[in-house]
Design a protein around this ligand. Structure first.
Ligand code: ADP
Length: 458
């Protein structure tokens, strides 16, 4: 596996190389367009100066004159009509030149070797140390024709500049490679930390430590990752709590069913006791069956919209039906019911919403004192508000924030008498939220509770 670290370092080196090549090509274009002709003209002028000075003083010792010019940083090649040449200044590395060029200069022509394209990269040709890379001009020495080839000895003139330039480029390249090797670690380290953190999470350990102080994309990623780990931990805690709650809710009815059934099997109980035990077994098993139904509903609702089947129907009729279905319960407790249900059509899933109404109504009945009142009303405002109000035992303020939580039963000691699972309101809330609505409660201990469900018009 190629590590990110190696990739970044290699990418940097490739970038540095490609940009050097591009820079060379660009400077070549610049040289061809701007500098080549200028350079040629400059050297030609120097050649003319050398010749001109001699022509002004024809009595000069030409040999000594050219030797001093050569020692000033020029390479000179002087050829006579018999094509015999003499060198002055530093020797040429390459001495090749087409004799045709020499003849043409001897005849009075001019040779522009600087302008000739011999290298793919012309700019490197500047440094070509050869006779052909020079300017040639005719020189008359006491009636004899000579050809004078001149070239600045760049090695002598700007040798140290070349070394400096090469050093500058090389050292810059080296230092940047060293820096990239060191700094890439700084970039790659948080990614390695993230990988380690991911492995910890996979192993079920959500307590991860990460540097979330960086103000860049990697810092952002680390912050989001830390948040994700927290929410995964919350989910995992919730799941564990849920399983513990479910097991607990199943365990107690099973224990009593087992106990009572065993004493019937052992024939330890009197016939009256046996009858009571069988009734308890029947009650407990129906509680278990109700619980499993609720759990299935929750599981289905957690899959969200897939379970919604909306139709348009009369909400007031559905609420009236719910009151009829529960009539024997509120009649038995001697409660009076006050419905205020104007006609209204709603677009919702009737199978789901009826569970909300039945839960709220049975809760009101369950937590009402005999002789109390339950009022149920619809108010159509910006949305459709259904209010179910009782004059029952109410809910203490400290418990109110939790009553919609799964398995939450307010006042544990008391709720043992009300055989609930604590899932009803959680299911109701989920259903209302799936419909895009809200559920709210107002309650005062000892006075009664009021649940309001708001559903949007569709
Ligand atoms: P349960 O199945 O126990 O009724 P719910 O989720 O429906 O579960 O209700 C959760 C808790 O909220 C109940 O145990 C009860 O303590 C409280 N509660 C709900 N409705 C009322 C009400 N109308 N009056 C008083 N307490 C209520």
């Amino acid at each position: 596996m190629k590590s990110l670290y190696i990739r970044i370092v290699v990418t940097f080196i490739v970038i540095a190389m490609v940009s050097s090549i591009l820079a060379l090509l660009l400077s070549n274009v610049y040289y061809l367009n701007k500098l080549q002709a200028y350079n040629d003209k400059k050297i030609m002028n120097i050649g003319k100066e050398i010749r001109g000075l001699y022509e002004l003083n024809p009595n000069l010792d030409l040999d000594r004159y050219l030797t001093s010019i050569g020692s000033m940083g020029f390479q000179i090649y002087m050829v006579n009509e018999r094509l015999e040449g003499t060198f002055y200044g530093a020797p040429f590395k390459h001495v090749q030149i087409d004799p045709e060029h020499i003849r043409s200069v001897l005849k009075g022509g001019i040779y522009n070797g600087i302008m000739e394209q011999r290298h793919f990269l012309k700019v490197t040709g500047i440094f070509e140390n050869s006779i052909r890379n020079s300017v040639g001009l005719p020189l008359n020495v006491q009636g004899q024709a000579y050809a004078l080839f001149v070239r600045p000895n760049l090695e002598q003139q700007i040798g140290e500049v070349r070394i400096l330039l090469a050093l500058l480029l090389g050292v810059t390249f080296l230092i940047s490679i060293v820096l990239i090797v060191i700094l890439t670690r700084y970039i790659v380290k948080p990614v390695q930390q993230l990988t380690a953190a991911t492995n910890k999470i996979v192993g079920g350990d959500y307590d991860i430590e990460m540097d979330v102080s960086r103000q860049d994309e990697i810092g952002n990623l680390a912050r989001h990752f830390a948040l994700m780990a927290q929410s995964l931990k919350r989910l995992d805690d919730m799941r564990q709590e849920f399983v513990a709650n479910v097991s607990h809710e199943i365990q107690s009815p099973l224990t009593s069913i087992h106990g009572f059934a065993q004493s019937i099997v052992d024939q330890e109980a009197t016939p009256e006791e046996q009858e009571r035990y069988i009734r308890i077994i029947a009650e407990e098993s129906s509680r278990l069956s109700a619980l499993s139904k609720q759990l299935l509903t929750l599981a289905a609702l957690d899959k969200e919209a897939s379970v919604m089947k909306r139709t348009s129907y009369r909400l007031d009729e559905q609420l009236r039906n719910s009151l009829i279905v529960t009539e024997w319960q509120w009649m038995e407790k001697g409660l009076s019911v006050e419905p205020d249900l104007p006609e209204i059509v709603i677009h919702a899933d009737p199978q789901l919403l009826v569970q909300v109404w039945l839960n709220l109504i049975t809760n009101s009945i369950k937590f009402s004192r005999p002789g109390g009142t339950i009022s149920i009303s619809i108010a159509v405002e910006r949305d459709i508000a259904v209010t179910i109000k009782d004059t029952g035992i109410g809910i203490p303020a400290s418990e109110l924030p939790y009553i919609f939580d799964r398995f939450y039963k307010a006042d544990k000691a008391r709720s043992r008498t009300h055989s609930g699972s604590g899932l009803g309101l959680a299911i109701a809330k989920k259903i209302v939220e799936l419909h895009g609505g809200t559920i709210a409660v107002r309650s005062e201990a000892g006075k009664g509770s009021e649940f309001t469900v708001r559903l949007p018009h569709l």
